[in-house]
Ligand binder design. Structure first.
Ligand code: URA
Length: 243
């Protein structure tokens, strides 16, 4: 059983708050009887819910997938200038998934998609942001102290950064590969952090988002989540909802 306003919201008709208004205005009926009481529970498989006399479509079952985003694609559902977006890399899906969080156009790696608004909200809510792991190729090789400064938190133009985890992975042709784990998701945060210590990012790739990792998924490919990953997300959603 789910609350009537949640069903109307899940069917894409209105936000939950607006659904409550529709109910109070007497525009919602369950099995042919007008309902004005908020908080009524219905069974979407059994009860016929109408808004202004029109049946609400059944909410789409939850769908979760990841994409290994190549550089050159915008993280948006639609671009008004017709530029390539991450949606161009997914097949036609009935589930209407959308990207959770964003990667810059030139950033590659793990992008998570879902049609589960509650899950998306839990994962991106500023109060409990999940860990995101990036590999950054930077110009030059940062000193240990510089990485420690970043790890402790530094001042960017939009405020201090929260503690982060940093590690020097390797050095090639005089440039370092740095792993950086952050919870926040401010615009171009990783690039701005590394620029602040004098080592601008040349290439940026996200390899993990919360419990999800890119693994061997080839660049430009997508896949649905495995059962274990869905279970991890469900657990996280419960924990985050309780916070
Ligand atoms: N930080 C950045 O600077 N860019 C991204 O795309 C993601 C995190």
């Amino acid at each position: 059983l789910i609350r009537l306003n949640k069903l109307i919201a899940a069917a894409g008709i209105a936000s939950r708050r607006h659904a409550d208004l529709l109910i109070q205005q007497g525009r919602v009926a369950v099995n042919g009887r007008k309902v004005t009481e908020l908080g009524l529970q219905v069974d979407p498989q059994v009860d016929l819910v109408t808004v202004d006399g029109k049946p609400t479509p059944l909410p789409a079952p939850p769908d979760c997938l990841i994409l290994n985003k190549p550089p050159g694609y915008l993280t948006t559902v639609r671009d008004s200038f017709g530029r390539p977006t991450v949606m161009d890399l997914l097949p036609q899906l009935n589930s209407r998934v959308y990207p959770v969080g964003r990667l810059d156009k030139d950033t590659s790696g793990l992008l998570f998609f879902t049609n589960d608004g509650e899950l998306a909200l839990a994962l991106t809510h500023p109060r409990h942001l999940v860990e995101k792991v990036y590999l950054a190729e930077v110009r030059g090789v940062p000193a240990k102290e510089a990485l420690q400064r970043l790890a402790a938190g530094i001042l960017l133009e939009d405020g201090p950064t929260a503690p982060a985890k940093l590690g020097l992975k390797s050095v090639k042709h005089g440039n370092a590969i740095i792993s950086i784990t952050i919870r926040e998701g401010r615009k171009r945060q990783v690039k701005r952090m590394l620029r602040t210590i004098g080592h601008p990012v040349l290439v940026l790739r996200r390899i993990a988002f919360g419990p999800l990792t890119l693994g061997a998924l080839p660049c430009g490919q997508w896949r649905r989540l495995f059962e274990e990953e869905l279970a991890e997300l469900a657990k996280l959603k419960m924990q985050l909802k309780l916070k």
